[in-house]
Design a protein around this ligand. Structure first.
Ligand code: MN
Length: 238
């Protein structure tokens, strides 16, 4: 810590000791750098996805698993020249031997996407641009969902199933192991921009569904926020 920062932090601390020294110290902690990634809060309560996804699973999945990826990503970035880069830029540079970055940058990106594309059940139709693309390429929304469920059941161990936009501007379904995703173009094929990702790690469903991954995958579809998926589709088209 530089001397000036130390004096400033100390002044802040001294000025607020009467109230709650610990919370104020944490808020003004001068060692935090702006390049650190942080755990994004959920847009809904932990219990909002019941009964499809239980509250305890959400608490542990977000507060422990995702938080762990964020912390380990920040550790893995220490001493590299990737500190100021966006998560997408980091994913694009990862190679096979970058194990810690691969797992934790992937884990942070994948979960940040997942929390946005699921949410409380809405019963709204898929918005038009995406609906049209799905009908053109998969015949129907039902067939797309079947294809993604089948891909999810085929993942051996831990991984993700994706709906992504390829370089040919067409949608494709793929699966990746562990925390890989289609943005890691040095490692993963096919390459694309994910617009929908389904977590098929056991930690996403084991407390409620145990080994019944198919039941979890069936329960998940009513939670998909198609307006958000459509927003990501349009952004990916550029
Ligand atoms: Mn997960």
């Amino acid at each position: 810590m530089k001397k000036r920062e130390f004096l400033k932090a100390n002044a802040l601390l001294a000025g607020s000791l009467v109230l709650n020294p610990f919370s104020v110290w944490a808020e003004n902690r001068p060692t935090r750098t702006t390049n650190e990634f942080t755990l994004p809060p959920l847009d809904y309560d932990f219990e909002a996805l019941e009964p499809a996804i239980d509250t305890l699973t959400m608490q542990i999945h977000h507060g422990k698993h995702h938080a762990g990826y964020v912390n380990n990503l920040n550790k893995a970035l220490t001493g590299t020249n990737l500190g100021g880069k966006s998560l997408e830029e980091i994913l694009a540079q990862i190679s096979v031997q970058d194990t810690a970055l691969r797992n934790n940058a992937g884990g942070h990106y994948n979960h940040s996407l997942f929390w946005k594309i699921i949410g409380p059940k809405l019963d709204r139709p898929v918005p038009k641009p995406l609906h049209k693309a799905i009908e053109t390429q998969f015949d129907s929304q039902e067939k797309l969902i079947e294809e993604m469920k089948t891909a999810g059941m085929k993942v051996f161990g831990s991984g993700w199933v994706w709906l992504a936009l390829g370089r040919d501007q067409k949608l494709f379904v793929s699966a990746t192991p562990n925390q890989d995703n289609p943005l890691m173009h040095n490692i993963v094929s096919p390459v694309g921009i994910p617009i929908l990702g389904i977590d098929v790690w056991e930690h996403a469903y084991y407390l409620k569904y145990q080994n019944r991954r198919a039941d979890y995958l069936n329960a998940l579809w009513p939670l998909i926020q198609w307006e958000e998926v459509n927003r990501r589709y349009k952004a990916a088209l550029g």
